[in-house]
Every structure is written in C-alpha cells, then in structure tokens.
Write a protein that binds this ligand. Structure first.
Ligand SMILES: Nc1ncnc2c1ncn2[C@@H]1O[C@H](COP(=O)(O)OP(=O)(O)OP(=O)(O)O)[C@@H](O)[C@H]1O
Length: 254
C-alpha cells in the first residue's frame, strides 16, 4: 500500500537553479529506502520537501493520505508529529541533558506554554527512558549532551525522533560525521527499531555499501533527477557509475 506519494516534485531556491526536477516515486508503509547520489544532487532538499521544511515549487507530496503541499500552518504542524527527522549534526541542545533533549521530541504535541514550562507527563518520561534503554544509552540520561560522543549524540537524536511516535523517519546523512564503528551502531539501531515498530524510513547516505547493506530499496539522484530506483541487489557497478556520473566512486564512498 502506498504510504508516501511524490508526484512531479520540483524545487528551485530563490527561483534560480532548479535543484529537483520532476521527481516521482511512491513509498510503501514500512519500507526502508536509501537515497544516494553525488554531493549537490538534491538529497537533503528532497527530504526537506517531504515535511515542507523547505517550500515546494511544483508537484505533489501526499503522506498517509494528507496532501502535504496544500496544508495550512496548523494542519502541517499536526502532520509533522507523524514525521521524525534525524540530522547529520544531531541538532541537539548541547547544554541540556540527554533526557531533556529526547523529551523535546514531544513539543509538537504541546501548547507553547506547556512547551516553555517543560511540562511532560510521567508516561512521556517513561517512554523516553524506554527508548534510551533500547538505544543503549540510558546510563547517560542525566548527562549534558555535549559530554557525549558523536555516536551517542546521534542515538539521542534517534530517541528524540522516536518519542514522537512517528510513522515516517527522514534521516539526513545520519552517519556522515561518525567513524565506521559508530556508523554501524546507528544503522543497526535504525534498521531494527524501524522494522520492529513498522516505521517507514527514508535515509540519505553517502556510503553506497551501507545503502546496499541495509536498504530494501535504493533511489539514486543525479542533478535533481531520479536516475535509479530499485531493490538493492539491482544496484550494479554500472548503475552506480550512472548515478555518480563522472565522479570517481572511491572519492565519494570514503
Ligand atoms: N537554502 C538553500 N538556498 C539556496 N540553494 C540551496 C539551499 N540548500 C541547498 N541549495 C542548493 O541546492 C543544491 C542541492 O543541495 P542539497 O543539499 O539538497 O544536495 P545534497 O545531495 O544533499 O548534497 P550533499 O550530499 O553535499 O549534502 C545544491 O546546489 C545546493 O547548493
């Protein structure tokens, strides 16, 4: 069943260069999809169009039957509670504790006043601890985030996305700042938790091998166009060269 539908999506910043050109694809509920492509291909922009963090120039995005492109402010805010986001640089508040950062994932459900006062229910706090336990960082709950390693901070970022109870998680290069060991931990968690909780996952990656290892399906972007869309086993060396154009693959996969 189609869960996310992208049809004829185009995006240009400041009405200048077109960064995404007529992108169309559907994602089924529960799919784990990687988006790969050279630097500047439009991967981040594509993810940001899906939750309208950036405006869409043309085309349609329908998420769980809701026409994202047409939603007004309040409806969009409500819909965004269903979409978690994980960032390359974690986007945590460094001087706040791990648990406080995780609970920030609930702010989309709160009034401004509740949010300012940091009012969270016991159930929300228990859920936060449950997620930290699942991600193996419960012992750090009361540490400031800036005392954690990059891999641990990314796990806080994942917990903050999960506490929203999202139906979809968008991950924008979640392992680009991490060493191979920390990257593996993050990818293993993302894969196992999204599978267990039946969360659809769209993930931008620079590492082709990682995309092949973890994804059900891979979408290749080049200069704002989809040039590959298929199961991981169909991503041959030739297709990889097509996605990355003339760039040396070794250069972009390190
Ligand atoms: N806010 C912005 N204003 C203007 N141009 C932008 C903006 N964000 C991105 N771009 C441009 O859009 C193009 C696509 O950028 P985007 O970050 O989406 O690509 P990407 O594939 O994610 O690249 P990378 O892998 O290097 O992160 C680039 O040419 C970039 O300079």
């Amino acid at each position: 069943m189609t869960f996310l539908q992208i049809a004829g999506l185009s995006k240009s910043y400041n009405n200048e260069t077109t960064v995404l050109k007529d992108i169309s694809f559907n994602v089924k509920a529960g799919e784990f999809v990687s988006i790969i492509g050279p630097s500047g291909a439009g991967k981040s922009t594509l993810l940001r169009c899906i939750n309208r963090m950036v405006s869409i120039s043309d085309g349609e995005v329908v998420f769980d039957h809701a026409p994202i492109t047409k939603l007004k402010k309040r409806a969009l805010r409500q819909l965004r509670t269903d979409i978690g986001m994980v960032f390359q640089h974690y986007n945590l508040v460094p001087r706040l504790t791990v648990i406080e950062n995780v609970l920030h994932g609930r702010l989309g459900y709160k009034s401004t006043l509740q949010g300012v006062l940091g009012r969270f229910t016991e159930e929300e706090k228990e859920h936060a601890f449950f997620l930290l336990r699942k991600l193996g960082i419960e012992e750090h709950a009361y540490k400031r985030c800036d005392q954690l390693s990059g891999g641990q901070q990314q796990r806080v970022g994942i917990a903050r996305a999960l506490i929203q109870n999202p139906k979809l998680i968008l991950c924008d290069e979640p392992i680009a700042s991490l060493d191979p060991n920390a990257s593996k931990i993050i990818m293993d968690h993302l894969k196992s938790i999204t599978t267990e909780l039946e969360i659809t996952c769209l993930i931008n990656l620079h590492q082709v091998e990682v995309a092949q290892q973890y994804s059900d399906r891979i979408i290749g972007l080049n200069q704002g166009e989809v040039v590959f869309d298929g199961p991981n086993y169909k991503l041959t060396e030739e297709k990889i060269n097509h996605i990355y154009g003339t760039q040396m693959r070794e250069l972009i996969t390190v």
